[in-house]
Design a protein around this ligand. Structure first.
Ligand code: GRF
Length: 224
């Protein structure tokens, strides 16, 4: 590695990804961070479930993993162990990626501004679980996904990026999930890049991104 390469590697933000299951967003973040010039490195993947499928994929991609089992554990004790591990490993940014465990307000406040999440709807619509079934049942014509800063309230917090996708006639929840997931894998690495580059400024609920280009046009569904 050249001196310049060594310096830029050192400047890359150390990121931990927290998962509970499949880990496709985790994989998208790991792959993005492997690219030259990406401003963050995935230092650790932590699962609260030993059987999370994403753990094997993280290991296969050469990323350190840890399991902090949450089942039956007191929230405060779990969060304290998690916090200690993140600090021990020098983690600077935490990405929640399908992490199915509520975090205590104290933990969240300790990482405020440095912890982000992805949710498979256009927040503030469709918070919570089973989103795509509820989207289809509601007859929504457009849905999408959101990357946001984590605050103590679930699926809330300043929005960094969103992607919208149409819900075609007859689409099943699985169809919608697949279309949304493809966009999750685009906006999550982008949002992490901006955060790691220090480009995001938060004011109340609003996040502004320095140097952002405005998206143009409109997604209209169905097409007129
Ligand atoms: C994604 O849909 C994400 O938006 C939600 O949980 C799901 C996790 O999927 N928070 P994966 O584990 O990243 O594949």
């Amino acid at each position: 590695m050249t001196a310049t390469g060594a310096a830029s590697a050192a400047a890359r933000k150390a990121v931990a990804i927290l998962i509970s299951g499949r880990g496709s967003n985790m994989a998208a973040l790991i792959d993005a961070a492997a690219a030259a010039g990406y401003p963050a490195r995935i230092a650790l993947v932590i699962s609260n479930r030993a059987n999370a499928e994403g753990l094997a994929e993280a290991r296969a991609k050469g990323i350190a993993t840890a399991v902090i089992e949450s089942k039956g554990r007191d929230r405060a004790a779990f969060d304290a162990e998690l916090d200690a591990r993140l600090k021990q490993d020098g983690i600077e940014i935490v990405c929640l990626a399908g992490f199915m465990r509520l975090l205590t307000p104290g933990f969240v406040q300790g990482w405020q501004g440095r912890m982000i999440n992805i949710h498979p709807s256009l927040l503030p619509a469709f918070k919570g679980l089973d989103v795509h079934r509820r989207v289809v049942e509601a007859g929504a014509k457009i849905t999408g996904c959101t990357v946001h800063f984590v605050v103590p309230e679930m699926d809330d917090g300043p929005i960094i990026a969103q992607a919208a996708v149409p819900v075609p006639d007859g689409a099943t929840p699985d169809d919608v999930a697949a279309a949304v997931l493809a966009q999750e894998h685009v906006i999550y690495p982008a949002a992490l890049r901006w955060l790691a580059e220090g480009k995001l400024a938060v004011s109340g609920n609003s996040v502004t991104m320095r140097g952002a280009g405005s998206a143009e046009g409109a997604l209209i569904s169905p097409r007129p």
